[in-house]
Design a protein around this ligand. Structure first.
Ligand code: ZN
Length: 160
């Protein structure tokens, strides 16, 4: 079976920048489970996965424009530290989550003060050309319920 509209794919991936520096790797945890054709993964990634089958290994290179976009200037804002959630000590370079009117956003800490921190609202991967090494573990038909919801269920997918 090949990946296409309304198929569910499970895959492991290693994400690195174009210099081969690893950024993320799913092999430490669950593979990603997604419903193809519903915008659940980056659209450029989905386009490259189209037609791939179980057991296939693909190397997919995306420009920053195709991945998380270019960095925007003026995206640094001062926010109260109590509005940030993060793991470990908050320091320059930490990735934190901030609650905004639009929901949760991942931000990168630029400077930490006593009560406030300057954070960069650019996506941490904005401005980076990326390389995905993908290993397709399973391709199956999407269930009617999954297609109706627009996402995959089960391990690595949505839980209700
Ligand atoms: Zn659902």
């Amino acid at each position: 079976m090949k990946l296409g509209k309304d198929k569910v794919g499970r895959f492991h991936y290693a994400l690195s920048d174009v210099n081969g520096i690893e950024i993320e790797n799913s092999h430490d945890g669950e593979p990603v489970t997604y419903l193809h054709g519903h915008g659940n993964v980056l659209s450029a990634l989905e386009r490259e996965l189209e037609g791939a089958g179980e057991g296939d290994s693909l190397t997919i290179e995306l420009s920053a424009d195709e991945a998380y976009g270019r960095r925007r200037e003026g995206a640094v804002q001062r926010v109260p530290i109590k509005h940030l959630s993060h793991q470990g000590k908050l320091r320059k370079g930490s990735i934190a989550t901030v609650h905004t009117d639009d929901g949760h956003r991942q931000v990168t800490v630029v400077k930490v003060g006593k009560f406030n921190a300057d954070v960069d609202f650019n996506h941490p991967l904005a401005g980076h050309d990326l390389r995905f090494d993908v290993e397709i573990i399973e391709v199956r038909d999407g269930l009617a319920e999954e297609i109706a919801h627009g996402h995959a269920h089960g391990p690595g997918g949505h839980h209700h």
